[in-house]
Write a protein that binds this ligand. Structure first.
Ligand code: SF4
Length: 343
């Protein structure tokens, strides 16, 4: 049985009426929009669109139990992923570019709060361990509204915030207690890489501020359920890029020295050239998978800068072919779900 302290934080905030006030505060950030560090100032409720090309209503590309997250997230019954459409970054190698960078596809598919609440309840009914908002940054107010409604109707799973980490600290403070598990990327250590590969001038500073705030909220210790899935905690994902564009060692050193060497780390080998990075000559440094030498150096850095047990390491040989989504089938974007099942 789950102890009271291990229950999703959003249930308590809902019961105390705090969630309603958080939603109101989040919605003030929509008009003019300062939901993410781009601070486009678009009047989104009036129909203006900022860089993320998303209005005030939720736009969801796909929702499904997903078995390909880290075992502590997917467990045996899957993580209830809700893939939000569009994105506040413009990563030239985005694996999910079919849903993150083609806003016209989703122009007429905005949902209601009722729809969003129903998605949360459906994923709970399908046995998922958690609900996992994937790329939620630009849609946070709508998501929390949908969550509040879902809780009124019996929703009670832990909430995973699965983000590119280009998040506003102000927004994250309003999510304190709403989010149970933070699952941020830390994409680059060098602003030049963020400028070239994700089209933002200040990725490392903004992402580090955001991850520091997540750390302040949930710390470096994990709370696990009896089935071994994460109920509360922080797990930082570092995708190794060719030519060390990710700055793996620098990011790991920053986490160890500024936060804690015990912060959970997921080291990812799944990079393959796709989207703009697959176009010949356009991004020469991104046009190949990572080499065995690059992967070994990332592993050595992981060894050097982390302590504790919370580490996940992808399989270098299998990962690039393993995690390729196909969002043309929105109900089953990952074709080999059985391959992900824990053996
Ligand atoms: S959430 Fe979208 S509109 Fe708002 S600041 Fe970020 S990119 Fe701009």
């Amino acid at each position: 049985m789950t102890r009271r302290a291990d229950r999703p934080g959003s249930l308590r905030l809902h019961r105390e009426g705090v969630l309603t006030r958080r939603i109101e505060a989040l919605e003030t950030l929509l008009d003019p929009c300062a939901l993410c560090p781009r601070a486009c100032r678009a009047l989104r409720r009036s129909g203006d669109l900022g860089t993320c090309a998303t209005g005030p209503l939720p736009v969801v590309a796909s929702w499904t139990p997903h078995f390909g997250e880290e075992p502590v997230i997917s467990g045996r019954r899957g993580s209830g992923t809700v893939f939000l459409a569009n994105c506040n970054l413009r990563c030239v190698f985005c694996q999910n570019h079919d849903i993150s960078q083609k806003p016209r596809t989703f122009r007429d598919s905005a949902m209601t709060d009722e729809d969003l609440a129903a998605i949360h309840l459906e994923l709970q009914d399908r046995g998922c361990h958690n609900v996992n908002w994937v790329s939620p940054t630009h849609q946070v107010p709508a998501l929390v509204r949908g969550l509040d409604l879902a809780i009124r109707r019996g929703f009670g799973l832990p909430l995973v915030y699965n983000t590119n980490a280009y998040d506003s600290v102000e927004v994250l403070r309003l999510l304190d207690g709403v989010v149970d598990v933070y699952l941020p990327d830390l994409k680059y250590a060098d602003p030049a890489a963020g400028r070239e590969c994700s089209r933002v001038p200040d990725y490392p500073d903004r992402a580090r501020e955001a991850i520091r705030e997540m750390f302040l909220q949930v710390g470096d210790r994990w709370t696990l359920s009896p089935d071994g899935t994460l109920l509360r905690g922080l797990l930082v994902r570092i995708l190794v890029l060719p030519n060390d564009l990710a700055g793996v060692e620098e990011s790991l050193r920053w986490i160890a020295e500024e936060l804690s060497p015990r912060v959970g780390i997921s080291l990812m080998a799944q990079y393959y050239p796709t989207h703009h990075a697959a176009q010949p000559g356009r991004y020469p440094l991104l046009q190949r998978p990572i080499s065995a030498g690059e992967w070994d150096r990332a592993l050595e850095a992981l060894e050097r800068w982390t302590a504790g047990d919370h580490r996940y390491i992808q399989d270098f040989r299998e990962a690039p072919g393993y995690y390729r989504p196909d969002f043309s089938d929105s109900e089953k974007p990952f074709p080999d779900l059985d391959d992900f099942l824990p053996r």
